[in-house]
Design a protein around this ligand. Structure first.
Ligand code: F6P
Length: 419
């Protein structure tokens, strides 16, 4: 009997994570002689432990194809930490029971750094627990902070959204500045890594163009230097446009945006740096401001996705199936930049042990000397990643035709399990 694939989405979703799912399912369907079904965990690994497995073979060809242009996580995602096999024996024993009951030979875990860690642990199941399963990590994260891979699927689209949004909002504030708003502040995600904030810099086409200030998590927040920069921009350009990363922190390590709660991995929930910065501007400089926290809007903005990103997201899904068919375990398909100009890339593989739990931050030479902008090296790296548009189809009402899958669960065979 042919072995099935079990695919799960994990961590924060991206505008293109479903393009990866589409790549996995369409490629597996082309290999019906070697692969059984693709099952998907409902809400990621939580659903797998609960034996809530979605049977993707019951979804139509058209609906699977539509995943390529649908944001969100079509099967549901989760933040759930699996400890080591030794520490979480009950959960791993359950995982093996589920894999055995549903004839799973391949486990694909589609996530970022924390998820690569989980995938690495699952890849050790064959050796440590004697159940044969090949585990392939499949990369995604809007934060772009996975090591080895040149970029992470999801990032290019968020980068495009941020660059386009700050460009557009800056035109707005520029028009209002003589008698009203002088400062616009846009907050973006990225946790400890400033890649998304840096992408805002792509909106500049000439010297003096907005955004005039970018605040990176890699640069400790210097209030006086920041205010001087804002004042200078208003005095020289009439207005100031700012991109602030949610991960910006004070010299003592406290985030400007700490919301108070933490997730299963111990990460602080961030969001709210923009109002903090705006209030500083008002109290110290007296300028009228507007601010926006792009939050989930940036993470779901499939309507302005980067075509390059969509293609890469699909390709890593496709590559995961190929790696599985080659008998690989404990690896992740990664994107390698073959050349910058013209931009060319290919897929390679990396060991999950080298990917797990490592954050790739912005290198210092990507941040300008004063700490408030990007360099030409950063621009060279970022530009190709937002290239091309990949608009979703629209319906008569003027809305994108996003798909909602049927998500039929396969019949449960095991006793209930509390997660
Ligand atoms: O997945 C990464 C990320 O998008 C971060 O940039 C952000 O801080 C975080 O997820 C938000 O996570 P959640 O949706 O679980 O609050």
């Amino acid at each position: 009997m042919l072995k099935n694939i079990l695919y799960a989405q994990s961590g924060g979703v991206t505008p293109v994570i479903n393009a990866t799912a589409c790549g996995v399912i369409e490629t597996a369907r082309k290999h019906r002689d070697r692969i059984g079904k693709v099952l998907a965990g409902k809400d990621g690994i939580i659903g797998i432990l609960r034996e809530e497995l979605i049977d993707t073979s019951r979804e139509s060809k058209g609906d699977i194809a539509a995943l390529r242009h649908t944001p969100g996580g079509a099967f549901g995602s989760c933040r759930y930490k699996l400890k080591s096999i030794e520490e979480s024996q009950r959960e791993y024993a359950r995982l093996v029971d589920v894999l055995r009951a549903h004839n799973i030979g391949y486990f694909f875990y589609n996530g970022g750094g924390d998820s690569a860690d989980t995938a690495y642990k699952v890849s050790q199941i064959s050796k440590k627990l004697g159940f044969p399963v090949q585990c392939i990590g499949v990369p995604k994260t809007i934060d772009n902070d996975l090591p080895i891979t040149d970029t992470c699927p999801g990032f290019g689209s968020v980068a495009k959204y941020v660059a386009v949004s700050i460009m557009e909002a800056s035109l707005d504030v520029e028009s209002m500045a003589s008698s009203s708003t002088k400062v616009f502040i846009m907050e973006v995600m990225g946790r400890h890594a400033g890649w998304i904030a840096a992408a805002g810099g792509l909106a500049q086409r000439a010297e003096g163009d907005p955004p005039h200030v970018i605040l990176f998590p890699e640069v400790v927040f210097d209030e006086a230097a920041f205010l001087a920069k804002v004042k200078h921009a208003v005095e020289h350009h009439g207005y100031c446009s700012v991109v602030v990363s949610e991960g910006v922190h004070y010299p003592d390590g406290r985030f400007l945006a700490e919301a108070g709660s933490r997730d299963a991995f111990g990460h602080a929930q961030l969001g709210g740096a923009a109002p903090v910065v705006a209030e500083l501007v008002r109290s110290a400089l007296g300028y009228k401001y507007h601010w926006a926290v792009s939050d989930y809007l940036q993470r779901s903005a499939r309507h302005i996705a980067s075509a390059t990103d969509v293609e890469q997201a699909y390709a890593v899904g496709q590559a995961a199936v190929k790696l599985a068919l080659q008998g690989k375990n404990g690896v992740m398909p990664v994107i390698k930049r073959v050349s910058g100009d013209p931009y060319r890339w290919k897929i390679e593989e990396a060991s999950l042990s080298r990917v797990a739990n490592r954050e790739k931050l912005m290198p210092r030479n990507f941040i300008s000397k004063d700490g408030f902008g990007i360099t030409s090296a950063a621009r060279k790296y970022l530009e190709p990643l937002i290239r091309g548009e990949s608009y979703p189809p629209y319906d008569k009402r003027g809305l994108p035709r996003y798909v909602r899958l049927k998500k039929n669960l396969v019949k449960k065979m095991l006793p209930e399990f509390k997660v």
